[in-house]
Ligand binder design. Structure first.
Ligand code: NAD
Length: 497
């Protein structure tokens, strides 16, 4: 039987606190008879805590609480709903040091990653706090005399949220906060490696901000059990999934089975295209950041560098020189740029892509080695689009440099993937860059920049195997609300019989 472990909303946010519980109906439940998932510091291997491996029954309890709480929450004023989100933003800022420590020791996030994830989350929450008054509706004319047409917006209902470990706090908040602001209730299943930053921390912050019981529920656990049930539960109206394309396919089937909307943010294989007339300094600077931020563990990081053959060698050499200078180590040291990879299976997967590419004929210009969970920034040349590190989402600090001969070939290579998430194109001639950029099938394209760029009011999402729908601004408001056409007949209507 579940037991509450704490009802003290001020109990603190330190990584050393007791996080060994799920959060359902406003209670911290220790669910003592469940298996436990060990949460480890990827830089040191030290175990930080354990969390419950939530069961399908735990998820069912969470949905029951969410369904019970939703209507009353939706009936609160926009000011009340937005106010809770604004208070969470303030609490984040009050607890910045503890939250940065969680990001570093649980998620392996170097300072540059913490800065952007933390600052981006606070900015997002401020924007989201205005959603309740921005959700809007419409008033339309009618051809029927005396009829008034309105399009009303109401919350979708209960939103199931499943998130990954790579930018866990931001990727959970980017759905949970809009869902709550718009009057929905939520069941959140964070990733196994980052259950604090991606889940329990949000529960604590919303609890501290005064969110009513049951509006946000967090069940830790693995994908096959707690995740599967979160997507399959008939009580969900939207299933918002961020993660791999393979898991997303299963989640979508589960959601559609009970007619929930699948909102899917999936993998990427993002091209950084450097045209023959590019400013090489700028293209290399962008390429270094876009490949190595958070060790390349980002859905929108550069997966392939497509470079005109006339400058490909120089580009690769300059990038390799910069890569070899990046400080690798424990991300609690502020000078570190390259922290650990999140876990052993991720390291094995990306090193496998490097090894297979070398067998296929690629050369390692720099890097190529690992030490525990630390992977050296690696630049690969003599690459083609079909080699393992190029045709797969490597999700690591790996730079495959692939030459092309003209714009048509650049576009063909860029589009030669099942994904369509993000990309960038460099040219000193902005018109030339636009001509190429417009032909690349991605949801987010950045000219003379790199693809790791997010703004809370701009649409985030991809085409093809990268998912469906868009997050942020009006786009997420559309996904998390239902429109309801209501007509009012102001004078008696004449019918044909
Ligand atoms: P993953 O798909 O293995 O796991 C993501 C989440 O889904 C985890 O919480 C996991 O427990 C859960 N899950 C796994 N299998 C499930 C199932 N069958 N049913 C329900 N839930 C399940 O992905 P990951 O390795 O944690 O994250 C990396 C992937 O996420 C990469 O492909 C990356 O591109 C993608 N990603 C996409 C975005 C985006 O916005 N498009 C952002 C970040 C990460």
């Amino acid at each position: 039987m579940s037991q509450p472990i704490s009802t003290d909303a001020e109990a603190g946010l330190s990584v050393d606190d007791d996080w060994n519980a799920i959060f359902v109906d406003g209670e911290w439940r220790s669910v003592a008879d469940r298996d436990r998932i060990a949460v480890k510091n990827p830089a040191t291997g030290e175990q930080l805590t354990e969390v419950p491996a939530g069961t399908a029954e735990d998820v069912d309890d969470a949905y029951e609480a969410a369904m019970e709480a939703q209507a009353d929450w939706a009936a609160e004023t926009p000011g009340t709903r937005g106010g809770v989100v604004r208070r969470v933003a303030g609490l984040l800022e009050d607890h910045e040091a503890e939250i940065r420590e969680i990001m570093a020791v649980e998620g392996g996030s170097p300072k540059s990653k913490q800065d952007i994830e933390f600052g981006g989350t606070v900015g997002l929450l401020h924007d989201v706090s205005s959603y309740p008054l921005r959700a809007g509706g419409e008033h339309n004319e009618s051809n029927i005399p005396g009829k008034e047409n309105m399009v009303l917006r109401q919350p979708a209902g209960v939103v199931g949220v499943i998130t990954p470990w790579n930018v866990p706090m931001k990727l959970s908040f980017r759905v949970v906060a809009p869902a709550i602001a718009l009057g929905n209730s939520v069941v959140l299943k964070p990733a196994e490696d980052t259950p604090i930053a991606g889940g329990l921390l949000l529960a604590k912050l919303f609890e501290m901000a005064g969110l009513p019981d049951g509006v946000l529920n967090v069940v830790t656990g693995d994908g096959e059990t707690a995740g599967d049930r979160t997507a399959a539960h008939p009580g969900s109206d939207v299933v918002a999934f961020t993660g791999s394309t393979n898991a997303g396919r299963k989640v979508a089937k589960n959601a559609v089975e009970h007619f929930a909307l699948p909102a899917l943010e999936l993998g990427g294989n993002n091209p950084h295209v450097v045209l023959d007339d590019a400013d090489l300094d700028q293209a290399v600077d962008a390429g270094v950041f876009g490949s190595f931020w958070n060790q390349g563990q980002v859905c929108i990081s550069i997966n392939r560098h497509l470079v005109h053959e006339s400058i490909a060698d120089e580009y690769a050499e300059r990038l390799a020189e910069r890569a070899s200078e990046l400080e690798i180590g424990d991300p609690t040291d502020d000078d570190v740029v390259i922290g650990p990879i999140i876990n052993e299976s991720q390291v094995e997967r990306m090193m496998g892509y490097v090894e297979r590419s070398v067998e296929q004929g690629a050369d390692v210009l720099t890097g190529g080695e690992r030490d525990g969970l630390f992977v050296e920034p690696t630049v690969l040349t003599n690459m083609t689009n079909d080699m393992a590190a190029a045709c797969n989402e490597h999700f690591g600090p790996i730079v495959p440099v692939i030459p092309f001969s003209d714009d048509d070939e650049a576009v063909e290579l860029a589009n030669g993937t099942d994904y369509g998430l993000a990309g960038s194109v460099h040219s000193a001639d902005r018109g030339h860059a636009r001509d190429v950029a417009d032909r690349i099938d991605v949801g987010m394209m950045h000219v003379n920049d790199q693809p790791i760029h997010v703004e809370p009011h701009m649409p985030f999402g991809g085409m093809k195997g990268s998912g469906t729908g868009r997050y942020n601004g009006q786009w997420i408001i559309d996904e998390l609300t239902e429109v309801k056409w209501t007509s009012v007949q102001r004078e008696p209507r004449t019918y044909p019989f």
